[in-house]
Design a protein around this ligand. Structure first.
Ligand SMILES: Cc1cc2nc3c(=O)[nH]c(=O)nc-3n(C[C@H](O)[C@H](O)[C@H](O)COP(=O)(O)OP(=O)(O)OC[C@H]3O[C@@H](n4cnc5c(N)ncnc54)[C@H](O)[C@@H]3O)c2cc1C
Ligand code: SF4
Length: 326
Protein backbone atom coordinates (compact mmCIF):
# COMPACT_ATOMS: atom_id res chain seq x y z
CA UNK A 1 0.00 0.00 0.00
CA UNK A 2 1.48 3.33 -1.05
CA UNK A 3 0.26 6.57 0.38
CA UNK A 4 -0.74 9.47 -1.86
CA UNK A 5 -2.40 12.81 -1.30
CA UNK A 6 -5.80 13.71 -2.74
CA UNK A 7 -7.28 17.13 -3.51
CA UNK A 8 -10.58 18.15 -5.07
CA UNK A 9 -10.41 21.79 -6.20
CA UNK A 10 -13.42 23.64 -7.55
CA UNK A 11 -11.72 25.93 -10.07
CA UNK A 12 -9.67 25.18 -13.15
CA UNK A 13 -6.88 27.51 -11.99
CA UNK A 14 -6.55 25.71 -8.63
CA UNK A 15 -6.45 22.30 -10.31
CA UNK A 16 -3.78 23.35 -12.79
CA UNK A 17 -1.69 25.00 -10.09
CA UNK A 18 -1.88 21.92 -7.84
CA UNK A 19 -0.60 19.56 -10.56
CA UNK A 20 1.93 22.02 -11.96
CA UNK A 21 3.42 22.46 -8.50
CA UNK A 22 4.28 18.79 -7.99
CA UNK A 23 6.16 16.74 -10.62
CA UNK A 24 4.54 13.56 -9.25
CA UNK A 25 0.97 14.89 -9.32
CA UNK A 26 -1.69 13.92 -11.85
CA UNK A 27 -5.28 14.80 -12.71
CA UNK A 28 -8.01 12.32 -11.82
CA UNK A 29 -11.21 12.31 -13.88
CA UNK A 30 -13.40 9.16 -13.99
CA UNK A 31 -10.44 7.13 -12.72
CA UNK A 32 -11.10 4.12 -14.97
CA UNK A 33 -7.56 4.22 -16.37
CA UNK A 34 -5.74 6.04 -13.59
CA UNK A 35 -6.88 3.88 -10.67
CA UNK A 36 -6.30 0.64 -12.63
CA UNK A 37 -2.68 1.65 -13.22
CA UNK A 38 -2.22 2.53 -9.55
CA UNK A 39 -3.66 -0.82 -8.48
CA UNK A 40 -1.38 -2.60 -10.96
CA UNK A 41 1.62 -0.82 -9.44
CA UNK A 42 2.50 0.86 -12.75
CA UNK A 43 1.79 4.40 -11.64
CA UNK A 44 2.66 5.91 -8.24
CA UNK A 45 1.41 9.49 -7.93
CA UNK A 46 2.34 11.62 -4.97
CA UNK A 47 -0.82 13.72 -5.43
CA UNK A 48 -4.09 13.05 -7.25
CA UNK A 49 -6.04 16.16 -8.20
CA UNK A 50 -9.68 15.20 -8.69
CA UNK A 51 -11.11 17.41 -11.46
CA UNK A 52 -14.66 16.05 -11.46
CA UNK A 53 -16.07 19.19 -9.77
CA UNK A 54 -14.70 21.56 -12.38
CA UNK A 55 -17.26 23.23 -14.68
CA UNK A 56 -16.07 21.38 -17.79
CA UNK A 57 -19.05 19.14 -18.44
CA UNK A 58 -21.65 19.29 -21.20
CA UNK A 59 -22.15 19.42 -24.96
CA UNK A 60 -23.04 22.62 -26.79
CA UNK A 61 -23.76 23.23 -30.48
CA UNK A 62 -22.04 26.35 -31.73
CA UNK A 63 -22.75 26.92 -35.43
CA UNK A 64 -21.09 24.09 -37.33
CA UNK A 65 -19.21 22.92 -34.24
CA UNK A 66 -20.06 20.68 -31.30
CA UNK A 67 -18.16 21.83 -28.22
CA UNK A 68 -17.66 19.05 -25.73
CA UNK A 69 -16.48 19.74 -22.17
CA UNK A 70 -13.59 17.47 -21.18
CA UNK A 71 -15.55 16.07 -18.21
CA UNK A 72 -18.56 15.04 -20.29
CA UNK A 73 -18.93 11.28 -19.90
CA UNK A 74 -18.84 8.89 -22.83
CA UNK A 75 -22.53 8.04 -22.27
CA UNK A 76 -23.52 11.72 -22.16
CA UNK A 77 -21.81 12.47 -25.46
CA UNK A 78 -23.27 9.34 -27.06
CA UNK A 79 -26.76 10.57 -26.11
CA UNK A 80 -26.37 14.00 -27.67
CA UNK A 81 -29.04 14.59 -30.37
CA UNK A 82 -26.82 16.64 -32.69
CA UNK A 83 -24.08 14.00 -32.55
CA UNK A 84 -26.59 11.26 -33.32
CA UNK A 85 -27.95 13.16 -36.33
CA UNK A 86 -24.76 14.64 -37.76
CA UNK A 87 -21.89 12.33 -36.76
CA UNK A 88 -23.42 8.95 -35.92
CA UNK A 89 -20.10 7.14 -36.40
CA UNK A 90 -18.71 8.98 -33.35
CA UNK A 91 -21.61 7.67 -31.28
CA UNK A 92 -20.95 4.15 -32.62
CA UNK A 93 -17.29 4.43 -31.60
CA UNK A 94 -18.33 5.49 -28.11
CA UNK A 95 -20.93 2.76 -27.62
CA UNK A 96 -18.66 0.00 -28.94
CA UNK A 97 -16.13 0.83 -26.23
CA UNK A 98 -15.88 -0.52 -22.67
CA UNK A 99 -19.20 -1.19 -20.88
CA UNK A 100 -22.20 0.90 -19.83
CA UNK A 101 -20.89 1.18 -16.25
CA UNK A 102 -17.47 2.32 -17.45
CA UNK A 103 -18.92 4.76 -19.98
CA UNK A 104 -20.95 6.41 -17.21
CA UNK A 105 -17.73 7.11 -15.28
CA UNK A 106 -15.25 7.65 -18.11
CA UNK A 107 -14.81 11.18 -19.42
CA UNK A 108 -14.00 12.34 -22.94
CA UNK A 109 -10.73 13.96 -21.81
CA UNK A 110 -9.69 10.81 -19.97
CA UNK A 111 -10.63 8.64 -22.93
CA UNK A 112 -8.27 10.54 -25.21
CA UNK A 113 -5.49 10.11 -22.63
CA UNK A 114 -6.03 6.46 -21.73
CA UNK A 115 -2.85 4.40 -21.69
CA UNK A 116 -1.99 1.43 -23.88
CA UNK A 117 -3.26 -2.04 -23.04
CA UNK A 118 0.16 -3.61 -23.79
CA UNK A 119 0.31 -6.36 -21.18
CA UNK A 120 4.02 -5.81 -20.56
CA UNK A 121 3.47 -2.13 -19.84
CA UNK A 122 0.80 -3.04 -17.31
CA UNK A 123 2.93 -5.64 -15.53
CA UNK A 124 5.70 -4.08 -13.40
CA UNK A 125 7.24 -7.56 -12.98
CA UNK A 126 8.35 -7.25 -16.63
CA UNK A 127 11.58 -5.24 -16.53
CA UNK A 128 11.85 -4.33 -20.23
CA UNK A 129 9.38 -1.63 -21.20
CA UNK A 130 10.64 1.60 -22.74
CA UNK A 131 7.30 3.27 -22.10
CA UNK A 132 7.45 2.54 -18.35
CA UNK A 133 11.23 2.65 -17.92
CA UNK A 134 12.93 4.58 -20.74
CA UNK A 135 15.96 2.70 -22.07
CA UNK A 136 14.96 -0.67 -20.58
CA UNK A 137 13.99 -2.31 -23.90
CA UNK A 138 10.73 -3.67 -25.29
CA UNK A 139 9.48 -7.03 -24.09
CA UNK A 140 6.64 -7.09 -26.63
CA UNK A 141 8.92 -7.03 -29.68
CA UNK A 142 10.72 -10.17 -28.49
CA UNK A 143 7.78 -12.01 -26.88
CA UNK A 144 4.16 -12.81 -27.54
CA UNK A 145 2.47 -9.77 -29.09
CA UNK A 146 -0.99 -9.68 -30.58
CA UNK A 147 -2.91 -6.60 -29.45
CA UNK A 148 -0.11 -4.41 -30.77
CA UNK A 149 0.52 -1.84 -33.49
CA UNK A 150 1.75 -2.34 -37.05
CA UNK A 151 1.85 1.35 -38.08
CA UNK A 152 4.09 3.94 -36.45
CA UNK A 153 5.78 1.17 -34.49
CA UNK A 154 9.49 0.56 -34.06
CA UNK A 155 11.74 -1.89 -32.30
CA UNK A 156 11.58 0.43 -29.29
CA UNK A 157 7.80 0.16 -28.87
CA UNK A 158 4.85 -1.43 -30.67
CA UNK A 159 2.20 -0.38 -28.18
CA UNK A 160 -1.22 0.21 -29.66
CA UNK A 161 -3.28 3.30 -29.07
CA UNK A 162 -6.43 1.87 -27.51
CA UNK A 163 -9.09 4.58 -27.77
CA UNK A 164 -12.00 3.99 -30.18
CA UNK A 165 -13.27 7.53 -29.72
CA UNK A 166 -9.92 9.05 -30.71
CA UNK A 167 -10.08 7.21 -34.05
CA UNK A 168 -13.48 8.70 -34.89
CA UNK A 169 -12.41 12.17 -33.71
CA UNK A 170 -9.19 12.09 -35.74
CA UNK A 171 -11.32 11.40 -38.84
CA UNK A 172 -13.47 14.39 -37.91
CA UNK A 173 -10.50 16.78 -37.50
CA UNK A 174 -11.40 17.45 -33.86
CA UNK A 175 -9.47 20.13 -31.98
CA UNK A 176 -8.36 19.89 -28.35
CA UNK A 177 -8.45 22.92 -26.02
CA UNK A 178 -5.65 22.98 -23.45
CA UNK A 179 -5.06 25.22 -20.46
CA UNK A 180 -2.00 25.58 -18.27
CA UNK A 181 -0.33 28.20 -16.06
CA UNK A 182 1.09 29.64 -19.30
CA UNK A 183 -2.37 30.24 -20.79
CA UNK A 184 -4.61 28.50 -23.32
CA UNK A 185 -3.84 26.85 -26.64
CA UNK A 186 -5.55 24.60 -29.16
CA UNK A 187 -4.07 21.55 -30.90
CA UNK A 188 -5.65 19.60 -33.78
CA UNK A 189 -6.12 16.00 -32.62
CA UNK A 190 -4.17 14.83 -35.70
CA UNK A 191 -1.14 16.61 -34.17
CA UNK A 192 -1.82 15.80 -30.53
CA UNK A 193 -0.39 12.26 -30.35
CA UNK A 194 3.28 11.38 -30.75
CA UNK A 195 4.64 8.23 -32.34
CA UNK A 196 7.02 6.37 -30.03
CA UNK A 197 10.25 6.96 -31.97
CA UNK A 198 13.00 6.59 -29.39
CA UNK A 199 10.89 8.19 -26.62
CA UNK A 200 7.91 5.84 -26.19
CA UNK A 201 7.30 7.35 -22.74
CA UNK A 202 6.09 10.57 -24.45
CA UNK A 203 2.66 9.87 -25.93
CA UNK A 204 1.28 13.33 -26.68
CA UNK A 205 2.12 17.03 -26.69
CA UNK A 206 0.52 17.66 -23.29
CA UNK A 207 2.86 19.33 -20.79
CA UNK A 208 2.89 18.55 -17.09
CA UNK A 209 0.08 20.48 -15.42
CA UNK A 210 -1.74 21.14 -18.69
CA UNK A 211 -5.45 20.36 -18.62
CA UNK A 212 -7.72 19.37 -21.49
CA UNK A 213 -10.70 21.67 -21.03
CA UNK A 214 -12.77 20.92 -24.15
CA UNK A 215 -12.81 19.25 -27.55
CA UNK A 216 -14.29 20.87 -30.67
CA UNK A 217 -15.99 18.50 -33.11
CA UNK A 218 -16.52 20.08 -36.54
CA UNK A 219 -19.85 18.74 -37.78
CA UNK A 220 -19.67 17.00 -41.15
CA UNK A 221 -22.11 18.05 -43.89
CA UNK A 222 -25.65 16.70 -43.60
CA UNK A 223 -26.27 13.47 -45.47
CA UNK A 224 -22.84 11.87 -44.98
CA UNK A 225 -22.68 8.12 -45.00
CA UNK A 226 -20.64 6.87 -42.11
CA UNK A 227 -19.77 3.94 -39.90
CA UNK A 228 -17.41 2.86 -37.14
CA UNK A 229 -16.60 -0.80 -37.72
CA UNK A 230 -14.84 -2.56 -34.86
CA UNK A 231 -13.38 -6.04 -35.31
CA UNK A 232 -12.59 -7.80 -32.04
CA UNK A 233 -12.22 -11.18 -30.42
CA UNK A 234 -15.66 -11.04 -28.77
CA UNK A 235 -18.72 -8.96 -29.48
CA UNK A 236 -18.67 -6.74 -26.40
CA UNK A 237 -16.40 -5.38 -23.69
CA UNK A 238 -13.26 -5.84 -25.78
CA UNK A 239 -10.68 -3.63 -27.42
CA UNK A 240 -10.31 -3.54 -31.20
CA UNK A 241 -8.13 -5.89 -33.19
CA UNK A 242 -8.80 -3.48 -36.03
CA UNK A 243 -11.36 -0.75 -36.53
CA UNK A 244 -12.31 1.75 -39.21
CA UNK A 245 -14.04 5.13 -38.99
CA UNK A 246 -15.41 6.08 -42.39
CA UNK A 247 -17.43 9.17 -43.38
CA UNK A 248 -18.20 9.71 -47.06
CA UNK A 249 -20.03 12.34 -49.07
CA UNK A 250 -21.48 10.87 -52.27
CA UNK A 251 -22.89 12.23 -55.50
CA UNK A 252 -24.78 9.28 -56.96
CA UNK A 253 -22.27 6.45 -57.04
CA UNK A 254 -19.22 8.74 -56.90
CA UNK A 255 -17.42 9.56 -53.64
CA UNK A 256 -16.86 13.30 -53.53
CA UNK A 257 -15.30 13.55 -50.06
CA UNK A 258 -13.85 10.92 -47.70
CA UNK A 259 -12.76 10.93 -44.07
CA UNK A 260 -10.99 7.78 -42.91
CA UNK A 261 -9.15 6.72 -39.77
CA UNK A 262 -8.26 3.33 -38.34
CA UNK A 263 -7.78 1.91 -34.87
CA UNK A 264 -6.15 -1.31 -33.71
CA UNK A 265 -3.28 -0.72 -36.12
CA UNK A 266 -1.33 2.34 -35.00
CA UNK A 267 0.73 3.60 -32.12
CA UNK A 268 -1.52 6.65 -32.54
CA UNK A 269 -5.07 6.84 -33.96
CA UNK A 270 -4.25 6.49 -37.66
CA UNK A 271 -5.71 9.01 -40.11
CA UNK A 272 -5.83 7.71 -43.68
CA UNK A 273 -4.92 10.75 -45.77
CA UNK A 274 -3.65 8.57 -48.65
CA UNK A 275 -6.74 6.39 -48.62
CA UNK A 276 -8.90 9.52 -48.68
CA UNK A 277 -6.99 10.82 -51.69
CA UNK A 278 -7.56 7.53 -53.53
CA UNK A 279 -11.30 7.70 -52.88
CA UNK A 280 -11.90 11.38 -53.64
CA UNK A 281 -13.91 11.62 -56.90
CA UNK A 282 -13.64 7.85 -57.40
CA UNK A 283 -16.57 5.55 -58.14
CA UNK A 284 -17.63 3.40 -55.20
CA UNK A 285 -16.25 0.11 -56.52
CA UNK A 286 -14.45 -2.86 -54.92
CA UNK A 287 -11.29 -1.94 -56.85
CA UNK A 288 -11.32 1.60 -55.45
CA UNK A 289 -11.89 0.27 -51.92
CA UNK A 290 -8.98 -2.18 -52.18
CA UNK A 291 -6.71 0.58 -53.55
CA UNK A 292 -7.71 2.76 -50.60
CA UNK A 293 -6.89 -0.08 -48.20
CA UNK A 294 -3.46 -0.55 -49.82
CA UNK A 295 -2.88 3.20 -49.40
CA UNK A 296 -3.93 2.98 -45.77
CA UNK A 297 -1.74 0.06 -44.70
CA UNK A 298 1.70 0.42 -46.20
CA UNK A 299 5.19 -0.15 -44.76
CA UNK A 300 3.85 -1.99 -41.71
CA UNK A 301 6.24 -2.96 -38.89
CA UNK A 302 5.25 -6.47 -37.92
CA UNK A 303 6.40 -9.08 -35.43
CA UNK A 304 5.20 -12.69 -35.80
CA UNK A 305 2.17 -12.12 -33.57
CA UNK A 306 0.91 -9.06 -35.44
CA UNK A 307 1.50 -10.11 -39.06
CA UNK A 308 -2.16 -11.19 -39.40
CA UNK A 309 -3.25 -7.59 -38.88
CA UNK A 310 -1.95 -6.38 -42.23
CA UNK A 311 -4.60 -8.24 -44.24
CA UNK A 312 -7.23 -7.99 -41.51
CA UNK A 313 -6.90 -4.19 -41.44
CA UNK A 314 -7.25 -3.94 -45.22
CA UNK A 315 -10.33 -6.13 -45.18
CA UNK A 316 -11.79 -4.12 -42.30
CA UNK A 317 -11.54 -0.92 -44.33
CA UNK A 318 -12.92 -2.54 -47.48
CA UNK A 319 -15.87 -3.90 -45.50
CA UNK A 320 -16.58 -0.54 -43.87
CA UNK A 321 -16.50 1.19 -47.26
CA UNK A 322 -18.72 -1.47 -48.81
CA UNK A 323 -21.26 -1.15 -46.00
CA UNK A 324 -21.58 2.63 -46.18
CA UNK A 325 -21.89 2.71 -49.96
CA UNK A 326 -24.38 -0.18 -50.33
C1 LIG B 1 -12.19 -2.94 -18.75
C2 LIG B 1 -12.04 -1.74 -19.62
C3 LIG B 1 -12.42 -1.81 -20.95
C4 LIG B 1 -12.28 -0.70 -21.78
N1 LIG B 1 -12.63 -0.78 -23.09
C5 LIG B 1 -12.45 0.29 -23.91
C6 LIG B 1 -12.77 0.23 -25.30
O1 LIG B 1 -13.22 -0.80 -25.80
N2 LIG B 1 -12.57 1.34 -26.05
C7 LIG B 1 -12.07 2.50 -25.52
O2 LIG B 1 -11.91 3.48 -26.25
N3 LIG B 1 -11.75 2.57 -24.22
C8 LIG B 1 -11.94 1.51 -23.42
N4 LIG B 1 -11.58 1.59 -22.10
C9 LIG B 1 -10.88 2.78 -21.63
C10 LIG B 1 -11.83 3.80 -21.02
O3 LIG B 1 -12.62 4.35 -22.04
C11 LIG B 1 -10.91 4.83 -20.36
O4 LIG B 1 -10.36 4.22 -19.20
C12 LIG B 1 -11.66 6.08 -19.96
O5 LIG B 1 -12.23 6.71 -21.07
C13 LIG B 1 -10.73 7.04 -19.24
O6 LIG B 1 -11.47 8.14 -18.79
P1 LIG B 1 -11.45 8.55 -17.26
O7 LIG B 1 -12.29 9.77 -17.13
O8 LIG B 1 -11.80 7.41 -16.37
O9 LIG B 1 -9.91 8.93 -17.11
P2 LIG B 1 -8.91 8.78 -15.86
O10 LIG B 1 -8.64 7.36 -15.60
O11 LIG B 1 -9.39 9.60 -14.72
O12 LIG B 1 -7.64 9.51 -16.47
C14 LIG B 1 -6.89 8.93 -17.53
C15 LIG B 1 -5.66 9.79 -17.77
O13 LIG B 1 -6.04 11.04 -18.31
C16 LIG B 1 -5.63 12.12 -17.49
N5 LIG B 1 -6.74 13.08 -17.57
C17 LIG B 1 -8.06 12.81 -17.44
N6 LIG B 1 -8.78 13.89 -17.74
C18 LIG B 1 -7.88 14.88 -18.07
C19 LIG B 1 -8.03 16.22 -18.49
N7 LIG B 1 -9.23 16.79 -18.67
N8 LIG B 1 -6.91 16.93 -18.76
C20 LIG B 1 -5.67 16.38 -18.61
N9 LIG B 1 -5.48 15.10 -18.20
C21 LIG B 1 -6.58 14.37 -17.94
C22 LIG B 1 -5.39 11.52 -16.11
O14 LIG B 1 -4.43 12.24 -15.39
C23 LIG B 1 -4.90 10.14 -16.50
O15 LIG B 1 -3.53 10.19 -16.82
C24 LIG B 1 -11.74 0.50 -21.25
C25 LIG B 1 -11.38 0.58 -19.90
C26 LIG B 1 -11.52 -0.53 -19.09
C27 LIG B 1 -11.10 -0.41 -17.65
S1 SF4 C 1 5.36 -2.28 -26.75
FE1 SF4 C 1 5.84 -0.35 -25.71
S2 SF4 C 1 4.54 -0.47 -23.90
FE2 SF4 C 1 4.73 -2.58 -24.66
S3 SF4 C 1 6.54 -3.51 -23.69
FE3 SF4 C 1 7.26 -2.57 -25.57
S4 SF4 C 1 7.93 -0.52 -24.92
FE4 SF4 C 1 6.57 -1.28 -23.33
Amino acid sequence: MREFRYERPSTVAEAISAVAGDPDADFLAGGTTEVDLMKDGVFHPDLLVDITRLPLRGVRKNGTMLQVGALTTMEELAADRTLIERAPFVREALLLGASTQLRNMATIGGNLLQRTRCRYFRDPAVPACNKREPGSGCEAVASVARMHAILGASRDCIALHASDLAVALVALDAVVHLQSEDGERTVPLTQFYLMPGDTPNRENVLRHGELITAIDLPLPPEGIRSTYLKVRDRASYEFALTSAAVALTMDGSVITEARIAMGGVGTIPWRGFEAEEVLRNAPATPDAFRSAAEGMIHDPYVVPGTAFKVELAKRTLVRALTEVTS
